[in-house]
Write a protein that binds this ligand. Structure first.
Ligand SMILES: [Zn+2]
Length: 353
């Protein structure tokens, strides 16, 4: 009779052991747990039977119950771990009920070129087609290259420390205010004839607002040789502007003043937004000012020719031009605030390809 109780219990344990093998979810595992550990479960019902056993068997029954309890408990804990790790595998390789290998792939993010990079490349490519070489120069300049060599007089307002960012005002070391000093550096290095462009960052002591930035980009061009005249300047710049914007645009040259060119011109195109009818972008005039240009001032060649007679203003002439890359990008893409270029907002930058 007593052995019967133990044998029955051993059988129940065996059934429990088989039963747990097929369990693969928490709900069924909980049902299993209740069946053996619950208030009406196997363990408790055997514990209650101890009282009905002869006294000498009770210690053995107690030990047995403990053994069964520990055994069932270890089965339970192992199964619980198994279910957790298999559901982690499911999460890794499944999306909902879909095995991951049938689920559509996640498209990777692309890298985008900054709109200023795209426009600069467009501009450079047009000049390359016309045989212009590409040059760069230092962003930190001396007063000589930035102003004096470019015929900017001592009292010119551009030299004011309120307009120019000086690194050392007494030593006259500054952040270049335009790319024009590259012209001087090129002429000191190579002999005419040549045609070059220079692209780079420029710095001015400007407030940061919708149309000004203390750091901006310019493209500068210089063509020097025998018999270079204003017709060459016009031909090259009109070709450039039509290639860059649209072959239908009109180009207008107005007289202007720059210390380093004479004569100088301010060059506008018919408004690309309103096609010349007048809108807020062109201030109702139908024209957009795009670049400044002119024939290189004989004084500028004179400064160079003191060391290199090949640059004697009697022998050569040339023209130079310069333009802001931000302005061109703003007009090309219809951007109304220069600050968008520098805020590094991926939603803005990713629109341009
Ligand atoms: Zn307009």
């Amino acid at each position: 009779m007593n052995n019967e109780i133990f044998e029955k219990a051993e059988k129940e344990i065996e059934i429990a052991q088989h039963g747990i093998k097929n369990i693969s979810d928490n709900e069924k595992l909980e049902q299993w747990r209740i069946k053996y550990f619950g208030r009406k479960g196997l363990i408790l019902s055997f514990t209650q039977k101890i009282g009905g056993l002869p006294e000498e068997l009770r210690p053995l029954a107690g030990r047995k119950i403990n053994e069964w309890k520990n055994y069932l408990n270890s089965l339970y804990e192992n199964k619980k771990k198994e279910i957790i790790s298999s559901s982690a595998i499911k999460e890794t390789f499944h999306h909902g009920s879909m095995p991951l290998y049938t689920y559509p792939g996640k498209e990777p993010d692309y890298a985008y070129l900054h709109p200023l990079t795209i426009v600069t490349k467009n501009m450079v490519d047009i000049f390359k087609k016309m045989g212009f070489g590409i040059h760069t120069g230092p962003e930190i300049e001396t007063d000589y290259y930035n102003f004096s060599a470019l015929n900017t007089p001592e009292n010119h307002p551009a030299r004011d420390m309120w307009d120019t960012l000086y690194l050392d005002y007494h030593e006259k070391i500054l952040l270049r205010t335009h790319t024009s000093p590259v012209q001087i550096r090129i002429m000191k290095k190579i002999k005419p004839p040549f045609r070059i462009i220079a692209v780079g960052k420029c710095f001015r002591r400007d407030a940061f607002d919708s149309s000004h930035s203390p750091v901006f980009h310019q493209m500068e061009g210089l063509m020097v040789g025998h018999g270079i005249n204003f017709a060459h300047l016009k031909g090259i710049l009109i070709y450039f502007l039509k290639e860059l914007f649209d072959s239908e645009i009109k180009v207008r040259f107005l007289p202007a003043y720059f210390p380093f060119t004479e004569p100088s011109a301010e060059i506008s195109i018919s408004c690309v937004i309103c096609k010349g009818k007048g809108c807020s972008t062109c201030g109702g005039s139908g024209w957009l000012e795009i670049l400044g240009a002119g024939m290189v001032h004989p004084e500028v060649f004179g400064n160079i020719s003191r060391k290199d007679p090949a640059y004697s203003p009697d022998k050569i002439t040339g023209f130079a031009f310069g333009m802001g890359i931000e302005r061109i990008a703003m007009l090309k893409y219809g951007i109304d605030d220069i600050r968008h270029f520098y805020n590094n907002d991926i939603r803005f930058i990713s629109q341009f390809g």
